[in-house]
Design a protein around this ligand. Structure first.
Ligand code: UT7
Length: 321
């Protein structure tokens, strides 16, 4: 059967790391509050010359290198972001230009923190129907540029970064590697709970991120537990079969609550929210790359990705490495 197989991962972070204590020098907050309520200890903030595309390009190059794939072999680039360099063209085309792989398919998807899951599912469908053989799927964000630095309830939570994977359509055995199942959802009813209050067609400005955190939290735990259950039911497996869960890194308490709801031991959850904070669409591929590089996630492992974000959008995907 044809499956989309994950050939390599890569990631990139801005140069500048900002600790909670440094943030508390200019925002009315404290290291204690941020650690206790979110698990975040530091975040990376893009500086001069660093943008969503520069981070995406660095992550893409590192994933290609690990995969041993030449940029010229890439026929599809899907980049998930809510913070593109420009309204248009798509940041994916900037990545394409930098890599020098002209003529293939390249576009952005926008599903905020679930963007990487949406991008991976889109790439998976396109690879399995033969529209391309090898794809780069990237999650890249510079949320620091849409934060209201006067709003302590949101500005302490986010960071910048990028993660990328190389996917290849391969003919594999039933128990072979690749994306096994994916479920995606959206519910526009809650679009006001987490949104940016500007845009080209509404205000003509970029706008700032606004969030009713407590309500988002409540929906996140319920939706994530549900969608993980759906994916497991699709493949007729229990949570015990899953070696690792790579969740969207929004809040350590959401990770704990979701794991508890599923009966998942905490040591099988990859956690990077402490060092990266919430990097939206970049958080899942960034966390994946960390755990692949430190040797925790190995070939053959069953890995569940999950995310929930503005819209609301949410989803989960089960992959055999
Ligand atoms: O990526 C998309 C998904 N996003 C999420 O999943 C985020 C989900 N939500 C959350 O992670 C949490 O709701 C937050 C971390 C945003 C907030 O945690 P909380 O435990 O829900 O706190 P809260 O909003 O109920 O605020 C509690 C108190 C308030 O003070 P009062 O009204 O009780 O006196 C806030 O004013 O904490 C205060 N507070 C702060 N204090 C110090 C809020 N932000 C800060 C801050 N520093 N940065």
């Amino acid at each position: 059967m044809i499956r989309s197989v994950l050939r390599g991962t890569g990631s990139a972070l801005p140069r500048n790391c900002v600790t909670n204590a440094q943030l508390a020098e200019r925002v009315d907050t404290s290291d204690d509050w941020i650690v206790e309520r979110t698990g975040i200890r530091q975040r990376y903030i893009a500086g001069e010359g660093e943008t969503t595309s520069t981070l995406a390009i660095e992550a893409a190059r590192s994933a290609l290198e690990v995969a041993g794939v030449e940029a010229s072999e890439i026929g599809l680039i899907i980049l998930a972001t809510a913070t593109p360099d420009y309204t248009f063209p798509a940041t994916a085309t900037q990545v394409q230009r930098a890599l020098g792989c002209r003529g293939g398919i390249a576009f952005d998807v926008q599903a905020v923190c679930s963007g990487f899951l949406y991008a991976m599912a889109t790439a998976d469908s396109m690879l399995r129907t033969g529209m391309a053989k090898k794809a780069l799927v990237i999650g890249a964000e510079t949320f620091s540029r849409i934060l209201d630095w006067e709003d302590r309830t949101t500005c302490v939570l986010f960071g910048d970064g990028a993660g990328a994977v190389v996917l290849e359509a391969q003919d594999v055995a039933e128990d072979g590697p690749g994306i096994l199942a994916t479920r995606l959802h959206a519910d526009g009813e809650h679009c006001d709970l987490l949104h940016v209050d500007g845009g080209p067609s509404s205000t003509g400005t970029v706008g700032k991120l606004r969030m009713k955190g407590r309500e988002v939290f409540r929906h996140a735990v319920v939706n994530l537990a549900e969608v993980l259950g759906e994916v497991l039911a699709d493949v007729e497996m229990g949570i015990d079969a899953v070696d690792w869960v790579v969740p969207h890194q929004a809040n350590a308490r959401i990770l704990d609550a979701t794991a508890r709801k599923l009966g998942l031991p905490a040591e099988r959850v990859i956690v990077t929210v402490d060092r990266h904070a919430n990097t939206s669409a970049a958080s899942v591929p960034l966390a994946l790359d960390v755990a692949v590089r430190d040797g925790r996630i190995k070939p053959g492992d069953l890995v569940m990705f999950e995310a929930m974000g503005g819209g609301f959008t949410w989803g989960a995907s089960l992959v055999r490495m």
